[in-house]
Design a protein around this ligand. Structure first.
Ligand code: FDA
Length: 296
């Protein structure tokens, strides 16, 4: 059965008209909106990573447009002197119809990122894309050092992927995982996911690969704060990461306490899939979205 996100994804005009629903979690519809959001974060001492919203693109022209937007974004970021990485969903630039096409588009982004050494994060999507993402990552790493994946702690394979990344010296973003996966692929219980997250975080934190600890989960944040203090891991050897519009006060408090914080800033008109995942994660996110609509 089609979800609301599917319906919206197939109706770009409708998504544009309903953008006000998503504005709590999405910086805006244009590159200029994203640059403004990044500037405000940077002014508060927070780093950023921008994501041009879109996923599961099946037309070559759409993948080319998304790539073009990333190129524009890179030009504007460098001109503005922004402290900002980029996050790319490979399925937005061709992976859904051709791994080679996705790599070629990524190569264009890499060439534009090269003069500024901008780091490119490959977001991790549904489990069927993981092997393909690592194959594309290996091709990208052969021509550019500043690119790395996301490991989703709910996947049974996560520990193996972490070890491989550490072996290759690749910077990893660690998150819980946002897609619906069956029990043979992924842990289902939050307590198990948390335990695996923390085990992987400890492994990454002691490995020297500068992990991104991406979570809003206070228990995990406290555990990482304690672990790094107990093991004399300096604050500049890792960073916390959170999403735009989620726990903004906590983002600033962690920064004020001396931790690095990077905020993931999505922008663009194709917000349905991203917004749907945020609503599915927490009932409070629905309340936050409603408060945004009614000006609270
Ligand atoms: P979760 O939603 O599980 O909440 C757990 C606890 O966190 C709550 O009980 C509460 O204590 C606290 N909390 C959460 N939200 C709060 C709020 N608004 N206010 C107060 N307390 C709150 N996923 C993926 O599959 N691929 C990817 O590439 C990425 N990339 C990514 C980047 C970044 C920067 C982040 C932060 C996340 C991702 N994710 C992702 C999403 C990730 O997998 C996960 O779905 C969400 O982060 C939700 O899990 P959390 O651990 O953040 O908290």
């Amino acid at each position: 059965m089609a979800t609301i996100a599917d319906v919206l994804n197939n109706s770009p005009g409708l998504q544009r008209r309903l953008f006000f629903l998503a504005r709590r979690f999405v910086a805006g519809e244009t590159v200029a909106n994203a640059i403004d959001a990044v500037a405000a974060l940077n002014a508060a001492g927070l780093s950023a990573t921008v994501d041009f919203l879109g996923e599961d693109v099946h037309a070559e022209s759409e993948a080319a447009n998304a790539t073009q937007t990333y190129l524009q974004m890179l030009d504007r970021m460098v001109a503005a002197g922004a402290d900002c990485n980029i996050s790319v969903k490979l399925s937005a630039i061709g992976q859904a119809f051709s791994e080679d096409a996705a790599f070629e588009n990524l190569r264009r982004i890499i060439e534009r990122a090269r003069p500024s050494n901008t780091f490119i994060r490959l977001d991790m999507e549904g489990s069927r894309t993981v092997d393909s993402t690592y194959r594309i990552l290996a091709r990208a790493r052969a021509i550019y050092e500043h690119v790395g994946p996301v490991v989703q702690a709910y996947l049974h394979r996560a520990a193996t992927d972490v070890e491989r990344c550490i072996g290759l010296g690749v910077r990893v973003r660690l998150c819980k995982g946002a897609y619906k996966e069956p029990p043979d692929i992924a842990l289902q219980k939050m307590s198990d996911i948390r335990a695996n997250y923390m085990a992987l975080a400890q492994r990454l934190l002691t490995s020297g690969v500068y992990p991104g600890i991406a979570t809003h989960d206070e228990r995990l944040i406290q555990a990482v704060v304690k672990y790094t203090a107990d093991h004399n891991i300096a604050n500049d050897r890792f960073e916390f990461q959170m999403l735009y519009g989620v726990r903004a006060r906590r983002q600033r408090a962690l920064r004020a306490a001396g931790y690095r914080m990077r905020v993931y800033v999505p922008f663009g008109t194709h917000w349905a899939g991203y917004f749907y995942r945020r609503l599915s994660e927490r009932r409070e996110n629905l309340l936050l979205a409603l408060r945004g609509i009614f000006g609270g």
